[in-house]
Design a protein around this ligand. Structure first.
Ligand code: CMP
Length: 153
């Protein structure tokens, strides 16, 4: 019980430090801090595999991750970016189709806070920078454009 409360306040502190979440009311962050799960990964472990289905959103609590994308199975994965503590990923599969658009692997030991789809909606429903994060990938742009055409009809 005690550990639960200490962890809940550590999670809340991390959520408060995420720039994208800065405008969110305390009660929203607190509810999300109550329900998220902490997960641990070791060096090179896959957190997300491109092409898999998924319905979870990740916030990095400790360590760094590497994002890569493979254009086709015969090509080498292309390095996209590294993300670190306080940054997040996994939002694309929670919008529209639930297919992961890139792979994310641990660079050393990593701890993530994992938010399920329902809490993600609660957390990010009104956040433009999460809902329309710009990526360079043409495929993702095309997917977002197709969705916006669909929703404007
Ligand atoms: P999702 O598709 O759910 O799972 C893989 C995640 O990698 C994706 O959500 C984004 O959070 C992230 N991602 C995808 N493409 C890029 C990119 N070009 N730059 C940075 N992160 C990306």
């Amino acid at each position: 019980m005690r550990t639960g409360l200490i962890k809940q306040s550590l999670y809340l502190e991390l959520l408060r430090s995420v720039p994208s979440f800065q405008s969110l009311p305390e009660d929203v962050l607190s509810k999300v801090a109550d329900v998220l799960e902490e997960t641990h990964y070791s060096e090179s472990e896959y957190i997300i595999r491109q092409g898999a289905t998924g319905d979870t959103f990740f916030i990095i609590s400790q360590g760094q991750v590497r994002v890569t994308r493979q254009k086709s199975t015969s090509e080498e994965p292309e390095f996209l970016t590294t993300l670190t503590r306080g940054e997040w990923f996994g939002e694309q599969a929670l919008k529209g189709e639930d297919v992961r658009t890139a792979s994310v692997t641990a660079l050393g030991r990593v701890t993530c806070l994992v938010v399920d789809r329902e809490s993600f909606m609660h957390l990010t429903g009104g956040l433009d920078d999460v809902n329309s994060k710009p990526y360079e990938s043409d495929d993702i742009k095309a997917k977002l454009e197709a969705e916006s055409v669909f929703f404007s009809c």
